[in-house]
Design a protein around this ligand. Sequence first.
Ligand SMILES: *Cc1c(COP(=O)(O)O)cnc(C)c1O
Length: 453
Amino acid sequence: MTAKARYERPLIKKLESNMPNKFGLRTEFEPLTHIDGVSVDSLIADYGSPVFVLSEQKIRSKFKAARQAFETRYPRVQFAWSYKTNYLSAVCNVFHQEGSWAEVVSGFEYDKAIRHGVDGSYIIFNGPDKTEEDLRKAITNNSLIHIDHLDELYMIQDIARETKQKPKVAIRVNMDTGIYPMWDRFGFNYENGQAWDALNKIMFSGLLELVGLHTHIGTFMLSPNAYAIAASKLANLAQRVQQKYSHEINYIDMGGGFSSRNTLKGAYLPGTDTNPSIDEFAEAITSALMNSEYRPKTPPLLILETGRALIDEAGYLLGSVIANKRLSDGRRATILDVGVNLLFTSFWYDHKITPAQEFTSYTEDTVIYGPLCMNIDVVRENVSLPLLNKGDKVVIHYVGAYNMTQWMQFITLRPNVVMVDLDGKPHLIRKNESIDSIENLEEIPTHLSHFEL
Ligand SMILES: *Cc1c(COP(=O)(O)O)cnc(C)c1O
């Protein structure tokens, strides 16, 4: 008797492009061959692969649109560039040229803002970790210190008593805005009375000048309404200070956290289609402020510390295909020279990836790996891409925020960063690392300097 042939389930694979799928037309992988008129090929030829590329034009246009969204709705608006989002000096200076103050969260970032030439009185000093030395410097420079906790408040009061200076302070307030988990680890809570208590301590001491109220409710926020709630809670605090002490604050600082155009992992639709626009955030914040009961003689300056939403789309990461292979389950895998070491945000986003050259109409679901010898080095778990060959180039989109500050030096070295100026001319703004830049920081004790094998 002949053995019965084993049944195998037929596998039907769709290979045409330009067919609508659940994301609509498959435009994700339209090739991107040029950035602001400069070809991806020439950028890689001149600066290597991988390479980060920033568009100065895009940064400025995003900034101008954001400023306009707020200035058309509210009389007094000021932006402060969030250094930790991208503190490359060229990037910071584009924002400073556009009129942004500096928003820093460490002594290192503070010093960087000073070196860029920002006057101390235009530096907002946030964060839970300000050393006594940092605070003394910030007080001498007349910077705006946003107090995070009572230990910091007491330290500032001690310095004020000793130096007879009157530091300019605000408190950071955290609150329930309907978004959970709540960011309650920074600043003083609104609902349980901590924030009001801190304000009374400041006003009663007479040692400090209360100039503002601050909040930063989260990051990559998708709910404009959460900002409306936050703004009305800050307005309520301002009103209580005005009533009790006849004191008017100078500003309300709503922090940052507006979403960029990226797509969060697990989202059904691309972020370009679903995420709120900056106008929606501006509308929520400014109407909540103006509709509140707080009625000062001069409307408080509205400060925005938005980072991600202004820079993400201006950043591109160019890379090359190292190899293709089949995984044990038959899936196609493509290995790039770009991994999570350079793309920290790939832990949260499904980054848009496009080829940098024309390609065939065949596509296949592909896993995109980085070059690291580490299992978690996955750039995209599953993306429908045309078949890329070894040496082909790809562009990863919306990478301007956080990747150039949170990147790790692990296994490979950090690459060049280039900014394309308004005339389409590329400039190197951060040199790639070499073995020397790493080893210059190391010391070998004499007894370890020699070995024989
Ligand atoms: C990180 C941070 C920002 C910027 O946040 P984005 O999400 O990049 O807009 C603003 N303010 C404070 C206090 C921050 O810590």
